[in-house]
Design a protein around this ligand. Structure first.
Ligand code: U2P
Length: 255
């Protein structure tokens, strides 16, 4: 029997398997609002370097584990760390899980020290990956975003190296500190002041993402040659005055 001449029963099994795999990917992505284009072949338009603010993310930590950088006590991160380098479309959607390329930590073994420090997981538990079930935060970012970036950033190693290099080139935490914005559990800062500080330093408009009035993420956007461009204008999730919480030790050890 040639692969194309399937019996009706076999055909049904194949259709069910394909449907199940798509459901799994959508579940892995955690979004069902139509903004994710799974397994997209169309090339993306720009990059979004998504940085997270540990002071805000770590406030949600309830239980601690060895993989959660929020649980490192005085060694926990106090600067913006990397969430991911995301390829995006200009229309506000983005591709995800573009190729079957399972994450292999060995490929980035020489980068692990830098990744632990600047691209740490800020939660416990495994993230969903596109095809291989659960994995590390890095596995998730590679399979979901790295495989779609690869026409520009190349293989797994190059994706992580490129992201680290872009992160080092644009030190957002330093810019904010120099403009007088420091982590604080009492101060509120004007959202416009934070945006202006980045605009003045990098001549680009970032996107701020907030959770309960606290800055949770800052996104810098790039053309595909890594020249800076403005992030797409959208309604900010941040109020007029925002906080930049200082890290305070959280969570109960459970490992
Ligand atoms: O915003 C919630 C989650 O959606 C994914 N996202 C968002 C904006 C964008 O341009 N691209 C994108 O992928 C992120 O998913 P994650 O990488 O965390 O799985 C973001 O957290």
């Amino acid at each position: 029997m040639t692969p194309l001449s399937l019996s009706p029963v076999r055909l049904l099994v194949v259709v069910l398997a394909i449907t199940a795999s798509f459901c799994k990917i959508e579940e892995a992505d955690g979004r069902r609002d139509g903004r994710v284009v799974i397994g997209a072949q169309r090339e993306f338009d720009y990059f979004n370097l998504a940085l997270q603010w540990p002071g805000t993310v770590c406030r949600r930590t309830r239980y601690c584990c060895s993989s959660n950088a929020c649980c490192r006590g005085s060694n926990s991160p106090t600067e913006f760390t990397i969430h991911g380098l995301w390829p995006d479309y200009n229309d506000g959607t983005w591709p995800a899980c573009c190729k079957r390329s399972n994450f292999d930590e060995k490929e980035i073994s020489t980068l692990l020290g830098a990744l632990e420090k600047y691209w740490p997981s800020l939660s416990c538990g495994s993230s969903s990956t596109c095809y291989s079930g659960k994995g590390s935060f890095w596995a998730h970012e590679w399979e979901k975003h790295g495989t779609c970036s690869s026409p520009v950033t190349g293989d797994e190693y190059s994706y992580f190296l490129t992201t680290l290099n872009v992160y080092f080139k644009y030190n957002v935490t330093k810019v904010l500190n120099e403009a007088g914005y420091f982590p604080s559990n009492t101060e509120k800062y004007p959202r416009g002041g934070i945006v202006s500080a980045i605009q003045n330093a990098f001549h680009t408009t970032p996107k701020l993402v907030c959770s309960k009035g606290a800055v949770e993420e800052l996104h810098l956007c790039f053309y595909k040659d890594f020249k800076l461009r403005d992030c797409a204008a959208s309604k900010s999730s941040c109020p007029k005055y925002v906080s930049l919480p200082a890290y305070s030790s959280r969570g109960r050890a459970s490992w």
